[in-house]
Design a protein around this ligand. Sequence first.
Ligand SMILES: [Zn+2]
Length: 366
Amino acid sequence: MEVTVTARYLGGSMEALVWVGPRKMALQEEPLPSIEADEALIRVAYCGICGSELSGYLGHNALRKPPLVMGHEFSGEVVALGAAVRAEHPELEVGARVTANPMIFDGTCRYCKDGLPHLCADRALIGAHRPGAFADYVAVPASQLFGLPSDMDLRTGALSEPVACSVRIARLASGVGGAAVLIVGSGAIGLFTLQVLRDKGARQVFVSDTNPARLSVAAALGAKTLNPQEVDVVEVVLRATGSEGVDISVDAVGKAVTRAQCVGATRRSGQVLLSGLHEEVSVMPVADLIRKELKIQGTFCYTPDDIREALQLLARGAVVGGSWVVEAALAEGGDWFARLIDGPGEAVKVLLRPSVALDTLEVGRR
Ligand SMILES: [Zn+2]
């Protein structure tokens, strides 16, 4: 069926999970998103809950202001295209199965031109600066969309965004082949980074976390696991590496204690990659860092190339989401936000699933 939408506003309504204030989510009837000429309307299939959204939900995040529809890790189907899309993106069809780079960039600044659009000064995140995908539908600039490989299901496609964060970490890591690595934090980013680094030839990977269920997932994926409530992470890593320390450490948590563990467990002239954002400011053992000539590397989001690589890794099964990726109805999203904060148990990544069927969208059709 040919669907071309020229009207800016499509009309109609949809269900959306709206963050209305600290620890408060409401499933609300919202107007269907309007689309600009260069945008596509996506029927959301799956949308993952990101750790940064948990801090947003608590009200700890200046980026996110209520009322807000969050959600930036999504997959879905194109249901309508703006009038100018077809000329620029002839490959985009109604019915195409897609995921998105939710980090919208201007494409004109020095960082965009340097291949670092995720550092664009004018960047805007879907689900923070504009309505996100915890809803039946989301409007997305067509240039931010990526078609899913033909044999990839929509559930897997929704993992491309967090996997791309791990691809970025691996891209900024030096000498991964044959390296010993410590990953602090066994959340989604930690578990995906474990898989990406192993695929790139890391020899030995330690993963630390205080959640035993998450540690058993890491162990099943080939990591040597450490629980800081039971052992001294730095001591165990040093002992296992002939007192040297690992070549590369990744902090996927972002607290003073986890940042310090990375510094302590990394060998002289090794590399510490900082990804976790739990604490904005923390004390770090800087003298230790100086005397070891550690290379400190911040790593943030992903570029479009990182998303492409994430899709390839998922397509060939080098990175998988196992039983620790759980699905829930969008209506249960508020409960899941609370649960992920108060006691996640075995669930690491929660994918919310709107209930609307494709054929319920009647607007914009002819
Ligand atoms: Zn830019």
